[in-house]
Design a protein around this ligand. Structure first.
Ligand code: NAD
Length: 264
C-alpha cells in the first residue's frame, strides 16, 4: 500500500510517517503548506527515522500515484486535499478537527464517491470510551448532570476538541436528545443555575498536554467519570494507519474509527 501524508512536518504528520514505516508500508509522498521552511526536507529524517527518499513538496500533484492520502492539517487545506482525492479516485483518512458545519457538509459532498475514514480521534481507547459513554447515558437520565472536560497543548487551534464534541454527541445519542439544543460551551459571570439536561464543556490549553478527556455524570451523592489520557501521538498515528489498511477492502462511503475497530 502506497500512502501520501499531507502536513508531514506537523506534530501528527511526523508521527504518521513513523507509523507508516513501522508497518512496513510505503510513503509515496509528503506535503507541507506553501512557503513552509520544511519544503525539500526528507520526510523520514524529519520524523526522526532513516531517510525515505521522500522530499516534502508543496503541491500534491508533485507526488507519485498512491492508494491512500492521510490528512491531519487544517479544515481549509483538508478541503483542498479532498478535491485532489476525489479527482484521482484515492481513498482518504482524515483526522483534522475544527470543521464548521458547512465545511463538513462540503467535505462530505466532495468525497461522495470515495472510501473515507474520518474520526476526531483515532485511538482505540477513545473509541471504546465513546461507546461506554453512550451506554452510561442510556441509564443515567437527566437527573445526572453530564459534563465533558478536555485538556490539550497550547498550540491547539480549535476548542472544544473534536473528541470532546464526539463525547458530548455520545451522551445525546444515549439520551435520545438533540445535541445542539443541549450543548453549553461557555459559562462566565452571572450564569444562573445549571439547566437540567444540558451537556457542558470545559477546556484547558496548557504546555505540551497530548490530550485528556473526561465525561462526567454527576448526581446528588455520586459521580461517574469515564476518562481517557493520551500520552503519545503515536496512538493516533497507528490508528490512522490501521484505518488506511482497513479502507483497502471498503467500497466508497464515509466510515469512522468505530467501524474500523468493530466497536459500536
Ligand atoms: P500541526 O499544526 O502540528 O500540524 C499541521 C500541519 O499541517 C502543519 O505542519 C502545517 O504546516 C500543515 N499544513 C497546513 N496547511 C497545509 C497545506 N495546505 N498543505 C500541506 N500541509 C499543510 O497540528 P497537529 O497537532 O498535527 O494537528 C493537526 C490536526 O489534527 C488538528 O486539526 C488536530 O486537532 C487534529 N488531530 C486529530 C487527532 C485524531 O486522532 N483525529 C489527533 C491529533 C490531532
Amino acid at each position: 500500500m502506497r500512502i501520501i501524508v499531507t502536513g508531514a512536518g506537523g506534530r501528527m504528520g511526523r508521527n504518521l510517517v513513523r507509523a507508516i514505516a513501522d508497518e512496513g508500508l510505503e510513503l509515496a509522498g509528503a506535503t507541507e503548506r506553501p512557503g513552509s521552511g520544511l519544503l525539500g526536507r526528507d520526510a523520514g529524517e524529519l520524523a526522526g527515522i532513516d531517510t525515505l527518499d521522500t522530499p516534502i513538496v508543496e503541491d500534491l500533484r508533485q507526488c507519485p500515484q498512491a492508494d491512500v492520502l492521510i490528512d491531519f492539517t487544517l479544515p481549509d487545506s483538508s478541503l483542498a486535499h479532498a478535491r485532489f482525492v476525489a479527482a484521482t479516485g484515492m481513498r482518504m483518512v482524515v483526522g483534522t478537527t475544527g470543521f464548521t458545519a458547512s465545511q463538513l457538509h462540503e467535505f462530505k459532498s466532495i468525497l461522495a464517491g470515495n472510501a473515507v475514514v474520518m474520526a476526531a480521534n483515532f485511538s482505540i481507547g477513545v473509541n471504546l470510551a465513546l461507546g461506554l459513554i453512550r451506554r452510561a447515558a442510556e441509564v443515567l437520565d437527566e437527573s445526572y448532570d453530564a459534563e465533558v472536560t478536555e485538556a490539550h497543548h497550547k498550540a491547539k487551534v480549535d476548542a472544544p476538541s473534536g473528541t470532546a464534541l464526539a463525547m458530548g454527541r455520545s451522551v445525546a445519542e444515549g439520551r435520545g436528545v438533540d445535541f445542539n439544543e443541549q450543548a453549553v460551551y461557555a459559562r462566565h459571570g452571572h450564569t444562573g443555575a445549571r439547566e437540567s439536561g444540558n451537556i457542558g464543556f470545559s477546556v484547558i490549553r496548557a504546555g505540551d498536554i497530548v490530550g485528556e478527556h473526561t465525561a462526567m455524570f454527576a448526581a446528588a451523592g455520586e459521580r461517574l467519570e469515564i476518562r481517557h489520557v493520551a500520552t503519545d501521538r503515536m496512538t493516533f498515528a497507528s490508528g490512522a494507519v490501521r484505518a488506511a489498511k482497513w479502507l483497502e477492502h471498503q467500497p466508497p462511503g464515509f466510515h469512522d474509527m468505530r467501524d474500523v475497530l468493530g466497536v459500536q
